[in-house]
Design a protein around this ligand. Structure first.
Ligand SMILES: Cc1ncc(COP(=O)(O)O)c(C=O)c1O
Length: 458
């Protein structure tokens, strides 16, 4: 019996005809290596060239078909080539494609669709540029404009993008190396990362210690911190290794920022738009938890069209016309596709489906904590998972090399995943939210087999 949404994907994935990269993929990879920048990265971990994709499945040039647990780094919420989304995109492309920020019906439809989903407090939206990094730049700019303050607090393990301010807010040294000094006035504090609790406290209270730390730096005049314009945080840390903060940690951060008149920005670029089982990840933290500004991108463009936005409170809507500009502030095809995708998600209760399916997948992944010795923790929320690979469950020594092996072997068996984490040792799964239960459970089974095989090799 086929499960929900199964018609959206290829039914015969995974199907490996030749160990990737096969000869046709290799031809394209060789050409890429010859002409593109040495900085190209994803094909190094998953050597393949793509021919086509459908739903939660991808076909490479040699006819191998993969279960896509990578989802274009979290972009493909409604899957590759979603028919309703493509229809909307095709209609838009024949009408008009670029209008800067001059209104169109397509643009208005996107704004209205978003407003139906957003809490009423986040009454204003701004499309400041095509990428997630652009949205982060705009969020900080708006916070600085409104507060007249410059400093910003972010969190250990944060990933906010690769451009000026967004890069300065990103902690991974491999991205910062050679770029420093980055912007002054940006400081980092601990996130609620229970598995690697930095406080030495019992793990039950480590979330409160992390929140206390924020309060301390704001209240202690000897902390060395000035009063910041904003605190920026991922509602669930993504590239940092799928780190899911506790509700009370997030609520304390909200309370503290309010008390100190500091704006709270929730970066929803990866965790937002259904990924965690709710339309916005911050909704997990209670009805009264509303950030001052949120950032959105990735799934916002429907099937990978580039677009980003911020949504913010009415009282922050003080900047004059033209205070922030840019050429690509709203691509019409992306707007049409994005609105169609959001509507599909809402009408088909896709976030609810992601929550239900995610719980089943997590139950299986959690078994690996006892069935193997190299899974330190398997965690997840909705369809956003992290499997932390360690050399030793007791010492928790991170095993980045083994996590990369998980990616390599999984790819060879027809499952695509990502690797991230504070120590680069977390196998990350971000499947399209419309993945069928059959494909999802098959993919999880393969990941389990791969991890067990890697353990045997040790
Ligand atoms: C939470 C978060 N913020 C910002 C970004 C940056 O988005 P982009 O790569 O589109 O610039 C990402 C990308 O992975 C992200 O996960």
């Amino acid at each position: 019996m086929s499960s929900r949404f199964s018609e959206l994907s290829y039914s015969d994935a995974p199907r490996i005809n030749v160990v990737p990269p096969g000869p046709k993929s290799k031809e394209l990879l060789d050409a890429q290596n010859a002409y593109e920048s040495s900085v190209v990265s994803y094909p190094k971990g998953m050597p393949m060239a793509i021919k086509r994709a459908k739903g939660a499945t991808i076909e490479d040039m040699d006819g191998n078909r993969y279960i896509d647990f990578f989802g274009g780094a979290g972009v493909m919420a409604v899957g590759h080539g979603h028919p309703e989304v493509l229809k909307a995109a095709h209609e838009a492309i024949d009408q008009y494609t670029h209008t800067l920020d001059i209104p169109t019906e397509i643009r208005l439809n996107m704004v209205k669709t978003l407003r139906e989903l957003l809490p009423k407090e986040l009454s204003r939206v701004f499309f400041g540029g095509p990428t997630g990094s652009d949205a982060v730049e705009q969020a900080i700019k708006l916070a600085r404009f409104n507060t007249g303050r410059h400093e910003v607090i972010a969190f250990h393990g944060a990933y906010h993008g690769m451009t000026g301010v967004a890069l300065a807010l990103t902690t991974d040294y491999s991205h910062r190396k050679g770029m420093e000094p980055l912007q002054p006035g940006i400081r980092f504090i601990p996130y609620d990362y229970k598995y690697r609790n930095p406080f030495g406290d019992p793990v039950e209270t480590s979330d409160l210690r992390a929140a206390d730390y924020l309060e301390m730096v704001l209240e202690n005049s000897h902390s060395g911190y000035g009063k910041p314009a904003a605190v920026i945080m991922e509602s669930v840390q993504g590239e940092g290794g799928t780190i899911i903060p506790s509700k009370r940690f997030m609520q304390r951060v909200r309370e503290i920022t309010k008390k100190h008149d500091v704006l709270l920005i929730c970066d929803e670029i990866q965790a937002g738009l259904g990924r965690t089982g709710k339309m916005f990840a911050f909704e997990h933290y209670g009805e009264d938890f509303v950030p001052d500004i949120i950032t959105m991108s990735k799934a916002l463009g429907g099937v990978g069209f580039p677009i980003s936005a911020i949504a913010y409170r009415e009282e922050l809507n003080t900047w004059p016309a033209g205070a922030s500009i840019g050429t690509f502030r709203g691509n019409m095809v992306a707007f049409a596709a994005g609105a169609a995708a959001l509507r599909f998600m809402k009408d088909n209760k896709v976030p609810e489906y992601a929550a239900e399916l995610g719980a089943k997948m997590l139950k299986e992944l959690k078994k690996l904590e006892t069935e193997t010795k190299i899974v330190g923790e398997a965690r997840g929320i909705g369809l956003m998972f992290g499997v932390e690979i360690v050399r030793d469950q007791k010492t928790k020594e991170p095993a980045g090399d083994l996590a990369k092996k998980v990616r390599k072997y999984a790819h060879q068996r027809g499952v695509m995943i990502e690797v991230g984490g504070h120590h680069g040792n977390v196998a990350r799964l971000l499947p399209p939210l419309i993945i069928s239960e059959e494909l999802a459970m098959k993919g999880v089974e393969i990941i389990g087999e791969v991890i067990k095989d890697i353990e045997k090799e040790l």
